[in-house]
Design a protein around this ligand. Structure first.
Ligand code: WTA
Length: 651
């Protein structure tokens, strides 16, 4: 049985129309949707015109090999040329591409002309090492400019990069290097983390092994000096960046590659243990990256200072730090460290100093800022901000309103962007200047994108009821497969609605009474209590709506009577007194009145911290283990494993 428990009564403003001033200069106008509706493929062909093509494409989409798409068939381009050289050729060589801010306080401003020289030097070095188009290179680096240069150098040569988040273990790196058969690993001696220099090259040595255990594909390791930490050296294999790239020629003529040439692999976790190497190609991916970055962020080259705080180890860093912004000639901030190093003022100091106008972060960071208190942002001049973005998980209305009011001064539109590693770029989002936004809703698919919310039988769900989010039309930035495992590709994404040929996103969603889409989180995060479907994020949102609560995580724990019972973990705001049972009953009442008595948590535990992955996602699986008193599964992707022990002790 599916019962709607989704509509939350809320006295606060339900919808925020765009301001006339924003609309007046917005990149997007109503004609955008009209054009996409009139002829979707012609619309995408027009968006492809944002790029410089060395050979025009003959056909926009070839879907005859579904579910493997070919976009812009016959077209040829060079991705790095589009991100760098063409801006220099157009006279913008002196524009800053990257204001890089190091964690210890050092900084570098890199212009497009300088970026071009660096990318060319790196491309010449990779060529000298014998690398060719089609080879794979693993990039295991912190947020230093050379990481971006490395990605672009690969793109320039048609080499497929596989960026591995520098917070991953040596074992995780090894399995990704082996799976992709990477010939080269690019890394740094170490990385700055919370004021400490931590070794990184060391993990590469461990990952690549020696003797019989040696990673068979790897020929070289290229090492950037960042921290000055001592490293071990394997002669013949290891090379310093400054001694190779640093002395290489900045002249490099690039060749063009097919629109479907593989640009990168990015490993992401699935439901089973083995990470999936998501494959993205060139022309369609870059088109969607540039299109979405232009309209969703209302980006104005030469005027805006853009800051996406993701790490390049995640897809958000690929599409909204490297490819989208650089294709659109952005001036952007790249920050190396954590938001509270040296203290909690860091982000706001950067915004103030560089006059950041577009700020794109994850809801978990908004809630962290809330926990630290508004005095911190209030101590800074944030008036340069004009647009705020959110990505990675559903943003609860409470956090949305705080983000809008405290960070955005009540004047900045918020774009809540739904997408996935697999989709390559943003799929659902409000359009700033057009959409009246609702706190917590990604609203609608972008022009050119199509989605549905359906039940198990592929029928549209009635408004208000929960269903599954599916993408019923191919899109340019879509994944082209899972590296080395096309069966898994078909099985994971295309088997559920095989008859209809729809992509199954793995997320629950609902339409509200206006037909706007609310993404409710992964389907495995949707609980089933006495046959009622309740989203973990809705309960979390209700809990965070209580004035004492900073952050909440909710899981469905198995229950003999009701199937699942709701178990909540909450962090209190700084300075709030824990009144024990009184507080717990208040919180339960809050959920009852906000959603429904059936959504009332069975248990609520006040905890000091929540277990999070290094990408900032709450590890609900671990919380479920704790809630059900089980042995803990794999904790290797946790930022701080001690958090789990603290949770257990609390119960
Ligand atoms: C979730 C990150 C709700 C969703 C770009 C998706 C979101 C998964 C949103 C992909 C959003 C991302 N609202 N949920 N605005 N954005 N998600 O691959 O569950 O790291 O399936 O890509 O994050 O995570 P991934």
């Amino acid at each position: 049985m599916t019962t709607d428990v989704g509509t939350t009564s809320n006295s606060a403003q339900a919808s925020y129309p765009p301001s006339a001033a924003f609309t007046a200069t917005a990149n997007a106008g109503p004609e955008l949707q009209a054009a996409a509706d009139a002829d979707r493929l012609a619309f995408w062909a027009e968006q492809a015109g944002r790029l410089d093509w060395d050979r025009d494409f003959d056909e926009v989409l070839d879907w005859s090999g579904a579910p493997v798409a070919k976009w812009f068939v016959g077209g040829k381009l060079n991705v790095a040329y589009n991100c760098v050289d063409r801006h220099v050729e157009a006279g913008h060589g002196d524009q800053v591409a990257i204001h890089w801010v190091g964690e210890p306080g050092d900084s570098r401003d890199i212009t497009y002309a300088q970026l071009k020289d660096e990318v060319c030097r790196a491309a010449n070095t990779l060529t000298a090492l014998g690398l060719k188009a089609g080879d794979r290179v693993a990039i295991y680096m912190p947020m230093v400019p050379e990481a971006i240069v490395s990605m672009l150098a690969c793109a320039r040569l048609g080499i497929t990069h596989s960026v591995v988040f520098a917070g991953f273990s040596a074992a995780a790196l090894r399995s990704r290097v082996d799976d992709a058969e990477a010939k080269l690993v690019i890394t740094t001696d170490g990385q700055w983390r919370r004021g400490q220099a931590a070794p990184l090259k060391f993990a590469v040595d461990e990952a690549l092994g020696s003797g019989a255990d040696r990673a068979p594909s790897v020929e070289h390791v290229l090492v950037v000096r960042r921290t000055g930490l001592d490293v071990e050296w394997t002669t013949g294999r290891d090379l310093w960046w400054d001694e190779t790239v640093g002395t290489a020629s900045p002249e490099h003529a690039c060749e063009s590659f097919d629109a479907e040439h593989p640009l990168f692999l990015l490993y992401t976790s699935g439901t089973t243990g083995k990470p999936k190497g998501i494959v993205h190609t060139s022309g369609g991916y870059l088109t969607q990256a540039a299109y979405t970055h232009h309209y969703v962020f209302d980006h104005k080259p030469g005027q805006d200072v853009y800051w996406c705080t993701a790490d390049i180890g995640w897809v958000t860093g690929h599409t909204y730090i490297v490819y989208g912004p650089l294709a659109n000639r952005a001036t952007q901030i790249v920050y190396e460290g954590t938001p509270n190093t040296p203290d909690e003022h860091r982000h706001f100091e950067v915004i103030e100093k560089y006059k950041v106008s577009i700020y794109y972060i994850a809801p978990t960071l908004v809630r962290t800022f809330m926990k630290w208190g508004r005095d911190i942002p209030d101590a800074h001049d944030l008036s340069s901000l004009r647009l705020l973005g959110s990505v990675g998980e559903p943003i609860n209305p409470e956090a949305w309103r705080w983000y809008r009011g405290v960070i955005g001064g009540g004047r900045c539109p918020i774009v809540d962007t739904w997408w996935q590693t697999e989709t390559g770029g943003i799929m659902l989002s409000p359009l700033p200047g057009i959409t009246a936004t609702k706190p917590g809703s990604a609203m609608a698919p972008l022009p050119g994108i199509s989605c549905k919310v359906v039940d198990d039988n592929a029928r549209d769900v009635p408004h208000g009821e929960q269903g599954y989010l599916v993408l019923d039309q191919p899109w340019p930035g879509m994944l082209r497969g899972i590296w080395g495992d096309m069966d898994r590709y078909r099985e994971t994404y295309w088997s559920r609605y095989a008859e209809q040929g729809w992509y199954f996103a793995g997320d629950g969603a609902k339409y509200d009474e206006d037909g706007d889409v609310w993404v409710l989180g992964r389907v495995d995060d949707v609980m089933n209590v006495s046959g009622h479907r309740i989203s973990t994020s809705e309960v979390e949102s209700a809990l965070v709506g209580h004035p004492a609560v900073a952050e909440a995580a909710v899981v469905g724990a198995s229950d003999e009577t009701t199937g699942q019972g709701i178990v909540a973990f909450v962090i209190l705001l700084e300075g709030v007194e824990n009144t024990g049972d009184t507080l717990i009953s208040e919180l339960k009442a809050q959920v009852s009145t906000d959603i429904s008595p059936i959504a009332k948590p069975r248990e609520i535990t006040v905890v000091p911290e929540l277990p999070k992955t290094r990408s900032g996602k709450i590890m609900r699986r671990l919380l479920r283990d704790v809630a059900e008193g089980r042995e803990l599964g794999d904790t290797s992707t946790l930022v701080d494993p001690a958090v789990v022990e603290a949770l257990r002790a609390k119960r």
